[in-house]
Design a protein around this ligand. Sequence first.
Ligand SMILES: [Ca+2]
Ligand SMILES: [Ca+2]
Ligand SMILES: [Ca+2]
Length: 761
Amino acid sequence: MRNNKWAFWAMAILTITLLTTCRKEIPSGTHNTNSMDDLVISPDFNWESSMPVHIKVSVNMIVQNIGKLCKISVYDGNPSQGGNLMTTGAAGFDYPFEAEWKLPTALNLIYIQAENDNGISLLDSVEVSGNITYTFAQSMFKGSKEMLTEPDCSPANATNTLTGNAVYNLNNGTNYYVTNSFTGTIHFSGSGATITVCGTMHPQLISGMGVSCSIVVASGGTFTYENTLSMSNGARLYSYINSHVTLGDLNLNGATTKVLNYSNYWTISSQFIPNGILENYGSMTMNNGLKITSTILSVVQSGSITIHGDLMLTTTLTNNGSIEIFGHLNLNNGTLNNNCKFIVHEDLTLTSGSIVLNGGYFKETQSLYINNPAVVILKNKSLLSANNYHQGVTVTASGSKSTIKATGQAYITGTAKVSGPIEMITSSGTLGSGNLSNFINGATLASIANATNIINLGDCNPEGAGPNATPPDLDADGVPDNLDAFPADPTRAYINYYPSVNVFGSLVFEDLWPSKGDYDMNDLVINYRYKMITNAHNYVVDLEPWYFVAAAGAGYSNGFGLQLDGVLPGQVQSVTGCSLQNSIISVASNGTENGQSRAVIVVFDNFNNIIHRVPNGGSFFNTDTTYAKGYSDTLKVLIHFVSPVTQASLGSPIYNPFLIKNMNRSVEVHMVDHLPTSLVDFSLFGTQSDDSNPSAGRYYKTSNNLPWVLNLPVKFDYVVEKTPIIQGYNFFANWSESTGVSSTDWYTNKTGYRTKNKIFH
Ligand SMILES: [Ca+2]
Ligand SMILES: [Ca+2]
Ligand SMILES: [Ca+2]
């Protein structure tokens, strides 16, 4: 999938490059200019280098896990390779994680992670192109693991294709692809050929699938074969997530044949007897039973298996995922090690073999009979649950206490004992046969209502036992302790960062509004990082923006504020961390500015109060390279809301920041088309160079649509004093004249992007 995506982007970039090249030949398109006034800018351009996105992430939780929360985290790169955390929060059954966010337009891929309280973590990358909607298809059982690298289905790679209903004799050592539809006949010639199914393969016949022959069903691919697929030693059938495999029958003839499945749609009609190697991390459905005998070399069962018919086990099977049987379980001297979920729907009589539960859940929905010489062992908080429970042989336990639960009645017969750390619970607290003398070595009996032993609910155990059978959640906010950034605070759960945990963004201003300036965009340069604390509902509890002044190439004593357009002043409980020292701001007791219809927080009224200039450093601050650099205090603003605020009403960061011109409270400079506050002098709009039209929602643009403010998702290297930004950044004109479509990474430091001597160092 990754290779595929890169190939796609390579094509996309090539296409854009070609379009751009063509565009240069069109007279009205991009032209070389050093003057901002010569730019031809669309009135619709928002001048943003970040794109507002709605992020929606769903997890594939089983129905029984209603109420259980996973943690979703979104990174700007692979977190194992230095990617930074951006936004995070909760997702559950039918409860997607949703966030209002902005992503840098130069960012092509984001990484999304899902974690549950069992320590299971899934990770995938997602292309950025508008709003993000993603579903984790893989279930989150104990043995889940990260996907292998997906096959490359790109047209550049998949050149050797099988199509139509033709007959193909495959050559050894050759890779074939089904990219569209194939309904013909395939003759493997014994060894080494691989078919990768990217489209739909529904063949009439497949023969000769011998040593090292492979069928690989890629994501989005479908492989349907109603006949018997016979695989000789070393042959492989691999299926990836979101692929579909439907087989009539499957013969694995030899110890090193291998079936590897990540798909949630893998179905076989006949009884499946897997010789060789079976690894399942997805969901498999077997419509006529499963028989696991000693001819199998190894089984890894970490996904979900649904069996219509019987499961026959004559060897050892270890289950780390979910197995649900609608027929019978036949243990013919086989051993079932169950570490996760195992459900049987027909009556079950055990007369041989062993069942060992280790933190596992075993459910018989009807009647369970355990008779000599069958062995049942419970370890470490296991739950053995049946409707009617008949125990004719001693059941032992070890480790932390396990529970045997009979939702109907329990019968202990003969000399059978319940031995060791076990609490047996029945609906009445009594037995249909047997008495307390059957309970030895610490075993106890209670009613379900009065159970004391707690077996937590989880992915493996949808039933649980005992009081408050939920995962540890100290503050009871629904977010398990190990996923809760505030495990002792029920009002807070997650920490989000904008642009990301280790990245500061930049706001760069011209301050002569309503006159236009020199477009060096350094009259005030503010670096920011916003931290948002959210609760279990993904509502924002606290907003903690940090700001510092990187530069101020200005003669004015400018201030800086933040308007939250979707928040009323009364929704703010408190504000701390601002610098208001020149008595020009009237602040209410909750820290918001008085006289405002929306919540406004003035961060500083005069930047001179928070910067530290070097002695004799000149009147401008950090824009003149002939002087040493000064530094700024970092204002760590903390805005706490009366009630948590939805992300939808708050909007995407960085909300609506603005400059206050030279301590004149009635003059503000905002990003284009952002609302001024209630305190501005509206008579200034449309005067001098300003071409705002408040009644049309047009604000802070010149008649040729130039801005007074730019917002960058990085610590921006601004230009030196009196140099128009267009002369420092060589693709600024291309970017802005293309309405932000081309040169989306104009602000980065790639070779040839900057005129170095015009950038402040
Ligand atoms: Ca919690
Ligand atoms: Ca909490
Ligand atoms: Ca300027």
